[in-house]
Design a protein around this ligand. Structure first.
Ligand code: 13P
Ligand code: ZN
Length: 268
């Protein structure tokens, strides 16, 4: 039998982008052990009638939430406990394709291998559900553990809403321009929990990226590469701030006037 990637070349393109990003996350030092996860909504890129009838590779498993907009959808998901550096080389052995069942509350693995999806599936699928509800074109969600931004989340001052966004915007013009809705703060929640998923969806209504306090970030995009770019831009700003601090000074930051000028020029 043909492998999933051979059968669906458009889905293959998106899954290979996820694999490319997995490699970047490892190179960045953001993906220790199994750290982080990626999911991609591939529904529009597959034969949904055929895949609805495909044999399941394991039992139906509850998501923990009911997500009505996911009826009939299909996702590529990183496997739980799988390494990003392995996913980068071999996505279909370290991730799997799942279908959401008609109850919109459970899923089955269908291809290629029975690789159990990421433990953060509630957050990922709740975000995808919200994106579909809004008619968004975004199809990729990534969660990763950037050292710089996570380190900053250990300081209460930075957790005051708006403070970290303003600081990171002010480090370099690109961050103001390419992350216009900024970084939302989600106070610490148990990893993998439904509460974390609910707070994450709320945070992404108003921000480009959210920060899970003392844990990591979640970003969205049309594809995995775009979602990665969002985190990369914020991390660049965090790096500039930390480099300045380690050189012994507090960086001035761009003025509010300069940032407003960008807002007007880029129609942000
Ligand atoms: P998984 O290996 O289940 O994807 O978990 C990694 C992680 O980062 C949890 O927050
Ligand atoms: Zn994590």
């Amino acid at each position: 039998m043909k492998s999933f990637l051979e059968q669906y070349p458009s889905a293959k393109t998106e899954i290979l982008k996820a694999a490319e990003v997995a490699g970047y996350l490892w190179q960045k030092g953001w993906a220790e052990r199994n750290g982080g996860n990626i999911t991609v909504n591939i529904t529009e890129l597959v034969d949904t009638d055929k895949l609805s009838a495909a044999p399941a590779r394991g039992p139906a498993t509850p998501i923990g939430m009911t997500l009505p907009h996911l009826k009939g959808t299909f996702f590529f998901c990183k496997g739980t406990n799988r390494r990003m550096r392995d996913l980068a080389r071999n996505p279909m052995d370290n991730g799997s394709v799942i279908r959401i069942l008609p109850d919109c509350a459970s899923y089955e693995m269908i291809a290629d291998n029975p690789v159990k999806p990421t433990s953060e599936l509630p957050s990922h699928l709740a975000i995808h559900d919200d994106l579909l509800a809004k008619g968004s074109t975004y199809r990729a969600v990534i969660h990763t553990h950037p050292i710089d931004i996570v380190a900053m989340s250990h300081n209460k001052e930075f957790l005051v809403p708006g403070v970290l966004t303003h600081l990171l915007w002010s480090m370099i013009p690109e961050t103001r321009a390419f992350c216009p809705k900024g970084l939302g703060i989600i106070p610490y929640q148990m990893p993998s929990s439904v509460k974390l998923a609910e707070e994450t969806v709320k945070g992404l209504q108003e921000h480009d990226v959210v920060l899970w306090e003392k844990h990591g970030v979640v970003a969205i995009g049309n594809d995995a590469l775009e979602a990665f770019d969002q985190v990369d831009v914020l991390s660049k700003s965090a790096q500039i701030y930390l480099q300045a601090r380690s050189m012994g000074f507090v960086p001035d930051g761009m003025t509010d006037e300069a940032m407003n000028e960008l807002k007007v020029a880029f129609n942000l």
